[in-house]
Design a protein around this ligand. Structure first.
Ligand code: GUN
Ligand code: ZN
Length: 424
């Protein structure tokens, strides 16, 4: 066993932040052989129970759960900052040509290694991640994640139409490849597979039907896709699927809405869509830096809460502009201010932080596993330096409450704040 002494942040069952100014985090192997949180709380109350345990003194730092990124594309690491008139031209001019390179496994592995370095530098310990349509891109990412001991989920993108040569796949082969990848990777070490139709416009009905059949056959495999991101896209889906009630309804019609299904964006939904999200247990991945960059719109937090939908925060790199959870939380806050509700919504720092840790884990069906530092959780955490920059040091020194401390980190923080990311 091993222990860490520092300020400690975690979340209780009511999604509220719990904080120890002088805390102790005790880590030790569980029955599974993995390093788990064994105890957490005030240093003085706990230390007597662990005589002889080595304690690393990190006072002056804040230990918090590793961040969970609910939606990101590793092959788009080099697409960040590609300007376009909106989603569809961005896909056509930048994203598809770039993703066509990932048939080459050596190239894919190189990008994957850089991607995981970047996640780690930014304190992200679990990510639900798109690969590309090439099975080699999935193997490359899983092999890199496995070597790092990460809890990590990805899948081969399904896109058999309205896609250029180089990324378009073949309907039947794409489903054979998906099942083979599930069998090769799902549940190996800390890895999980996600059935990954890119979005409704780029999959034929046969491909969506096959994806839904696999989702029914492998119930604990994840599903990930995009929905209702952009008004042109929504219009296109209505033309392509005239029999479905809505864009989200397309996924429901093909058996792709259930627990462990995560849909990026969920901006242009109506009340019936939100009710469908809640009834099926599907979750939204809110991607505010992407939505601002691509001019897609604003996620409606108030309507999502009223419907009882699950959601969490996501970077959506490369539509998103930053790997940093701090940047994503700040963007979510700004969207809340300026978005749908009048007067503007003021998400609290605790809500924002929960949405990028324990809340995102809950959306994945991984509550109790990652995203928190309660006993039994896997020991993925970050060590944050509240004095990482002169302005942060000045600001956090004046913080008179947990909210003020967390807000200072959200507004002024970035990768410089993350002094260590500890994986298991
Ligand atoms: N919709 C379909 N593909 C994509 C993608 O790669 N990024 C985003 N943001 N939306 C999409
Ligand atoms: Zn995306």
């Amino acid at each position: 066993m091993k222990a860490y002494r520092a300020a400690l942040l975690r979340f209780d069952d009511q999604q509220q932040p719990a904080y120890d100014r002088d805390g102790l985090l005790v880590i030790g192997p569980g029955a599974c052989g993995r390093q788990l949180v064994r105890a957490v709380g005030a240093h003085d109350a706990l230390i007597g129970r662990y005589p002889g345990v080595a304690v690393q003194d990190l006072r002056g730092h804040l230990i918090a759960p590793g961040f969970v990124d609910l939606h990101i594309h590793y092959p788009q690491t080099d697409v960040i900052g590609a300007p376009a008139a909106g989603l569809l031209p961005w896909l056509e001019h930048y994203t598809f040509p770039h993703e066509s390179r990932f048939h080459d496994k050596t190239y894919a592995r190189g990008v994957a290694e850089f991607f995981f370095d970047e996640l780690q530098r930014n304190g992200v310990t679990t990510a639900l991640t798109f690969a590309t349509s090439h099975p080699a891109s999935v193997d490359a990412a899983f092999e890199a994640a496995q070597a790092r001991g990460l809890r990590f989920i990805t899948g081969k993108v399904l896109q058999d139409r309205h896609s250029p040569d180089g990324v378009r796949d073949d309907t039947e082969q794409s489903l054979i490849d998906t099942e083979a990848l599930i069998q090769r990777w799902h549940g190996v070490d800390r890895l999980g597979y996600a059935i990954t139709p890119r979005f409704a416009p780029t999959s034929s009905e046969a491909q969506l039907r096959g994806a839904g059949e696999l989702a029914a056959k492998y119930r604990d495999v994840w599903i990930q896709s995009h929905v209702a991101e952009n008004v042109d896209e929504v219009r296109w889906v209505a033309e392509l699927f005239p029999r479905s009630r809505s864009y989200l309804g397309v996924y429901g019609d093909f058996g792709l809405l259930r627990e462990r299904a995560v849909y990026a964006h969920c901006i242009h939904l109506d009340a019936a869509d939100r009710a469908l999200m809640r009834e099926t247990g599907a979750a939204a991945a809110i991607s505010p830096t992407s939505n601002l960059f691509l001019g897609s719109g604003f996620f409606d937090h108030v309507a999502a809460d009223a419907a009882g939908m699950r959601y969490g925060l996501a970077s959506d790199v490369g539509g998103g502009t930053s790997f940093s959870p701090f940047h994503t939380m700040l963007a979510a806050y700004c969207v809340g201010r300026e978005g749908h509700s009048k007067p503007g919504l003021s998400l609290t720092p605790g809500q924002l932080w929960w949405q990028h840790t324990a809340g995102a884990a809950q959306a994945l069906g991984l509550d109790g596993v990652v995203g928190n530092l309660q006993p039994g959780n896997e020991a993925d955490f970050v060590v944050l330096d509240p004095q990482a920059t002169p302005l942060l040091a000045r600001k956090t020194a004046q913080a008179s409450s947990l909210d003020e401390l967390l807000f200072a980190l959200i507004v002024l923080g970035d990768d410089r704040v993350v002094s260590q990311t500890v994986i298991a």
